[in-house]
Design a protein around this ligand. Structure first.
Ligand code: HEM
Length: 419
């Protein structure tokens, strides 16, 4: 980047006259653009106190995968987690997946790496690992890996919510990995290699591709739009709010499970949007549903995107400007005991459904310190009263304990749980 900037300045010194000055300007704009783009190709550090991919400014692409553990051999599972971790270290740095799967041995093992990301930069790839409640106790009530005593109280199955149309085959999972990157090929490559390394120990239960992040997780990012055309992520919990993160995002030892200190809990919900019905709804109705205007993303009680919503403010007809059933009112912390979430969802379009409709929506993902006090009360409010429900359907659900970050080369995903 410095080289590019310097060459822009050099061209400035040589330029003579108006045409030359224009050339300099154009040149330095190109340099700026390249510099902005080069950031998108960089590596995000893998090691740290917390896992990357939570407060990391949300990348543009997602490949989320949930796995079933198909062995009851604890040692094999631990070895695979160690192999996964070393592969994750390498892949997030832009290298190949490296470690061969321990299971099967070299004779039957596939090649070292599947190869489709060869020559591609790291593209801000983050790999975030989590464990589901079924790892501690499976559907038949068995404690397959002797982990029952370590199950955090916060990893309690989510209750049924009114309107849920959940499909079991795309819900739950013993383990999950959230792969986010600026390049979909890089994210897909990472998931594919983890699945390959895990052969014989895990099998893919379901996976989901996502695009166009629907949340900003940092004040450095502009707020993107979801597939309903509204800015999404305005009132999100953001990386810069450090005190709020300790309160609402990071689990602490005092919460009951030592091994989760510095970790977080991830709720995933695949939410199908009935876009055809939505597209026939008038602008004013759409705005009333969210309680924000579509252009700016401002609350209907204010002007700017980041104005605090004023739920008491009334219009000339004496009615509140933000309806009682509006999404932002029901989801607001004041309605839910102060609960906040770090939303990190993605749009999805899985083609069409064979009935002439797009199979599209939001793959909602939210991190929090305790879902019992955060996602559950918020979703209870929304499921009962949100006007948005007419246009959406929750079709899958997942809850995962996302452990703290991997500290160094001797550490691995899940060490605190298995050690
Ligand atoms: C706010 C869209 C589902 C929780 C918003 C906003 C939009 C939006 C446009 C306003 C901008 C913002 O602050 O981000 C959607 C869509 C959904 C959906 C299209 C489904 C397809 C959910 C679910 C939850 C949730 C399932 C949690 C259970 C929130 C929260 C806020 C919010 C906490 C911020 C409220 C505030 O403090 O002002 N959502 N949302 N949303 N949403 Fe959703």
């Amino acid at each position: 980047r410095q080289v590019l900037a310097a060459s822009g300045a050099g061209a400035g010194l040589l330029a003579v006259g108006a045409a030359g000055a224009f050339a300099v300007e154009a040149r330095s704009e190109t340099a700026e653009l390249s510099s902005a783009r080069s950031d998108l190709l960089d590596a995000v550090p893998f090691y740290g106190e917390h896992q990357a991919g939570i407060t990391t400014p949300a990348q543009d692409r997602l490949h989320f995968v949930a796995f079933d553990v198909i062995t009851s051999d604890r040692a094999k599972l631990v070895t695979m987690l160690q192999d996964w971790t070393s592969a994750a270290v390498r892949m997030t740095a832009g290298l190949d997946a490296g470690a061969l799967g321990a299971v099967g041995g070299p004779a039957q093992a596939p090649p070292q790496d599947t190869g489709e990301a060869l020559g591609l930069p790291p593209s801000q790839l983050t790999l975030t690992f989590g464990v589901g409640a079924s790892l501690f106790r499976d559907a038949r009530g068995r404690d397959r890996f002797g982990l029952a005593a370590k199950r955090p109280a916060a990893l309690e199955d989510l209750p049924h919510f009114p309107g849920d149309a959940l499909r079991a085959e795309i819900s739950g999972g013993d383990l999950c990995v959230q792969a986010c990157a600026q390049d979909p090929q890089v994210a897909v490559h990472a998931v594919r290699n983890l699945a390959r390394i895990g052969m014989g120990v895990v099998s893919v239960r379901y996976s989901q591709l996502g695009f166009g992040r629907t949340s900003s997780t940092s004040t450095s990012q502009a707020t993107p739009r979801n597939l309903m055309g509204f800015k999404d992520g305005t009132a999100n919990l953001k990386a810069e709010e450090t005190e709020e993160l300790d309160k609402h995002l990071w689990a602490a030892a005092a919460d009951g499970a030592d091994w989760m200190a510095g970790g977080s809990y991830l709720v995933t919900r695949k939410i199908r949007m009935i876009v055809e019905t939505w597209d026939r709804t008038s602008l004013s109705e759409q705005e009333a549903i969210f309680g924000r205007n579509k252009g700016e993303g401002a609350p209907l009680s204010g002007k700017g995107e980041f104005d605090e919503p004023d739920f008491g403010r009334k219009g000339p007809d004496g009615e509140p400007l933000i309806a009682d059933e509006a999404h932002i009112k029901l989801a607001h912390p004041t309605m839910n005991g102060g609960a906040r979430l770090l939303r990190r969802g993605y749009n999805f379009v899985d083609g069409s459904d064979g009935l002439g409709r797009l199979d599209a929506g939001l793959f909602f993902m939210a991190y929090q310190r305790d879902p019992r006090k955060q996602f559950v009360p918020v979703q209870r409010q929304l499921a009962r009263r949100d006007i948005l429900n007419e246009y959406i359907r929750h079709v899958s659900s997942g809850l995962f304990a996302v452990p703290p970050g991997v500290r160094d080369a001797a550490d691995y995903w899940g060490r605190g749980l298995f050690a």
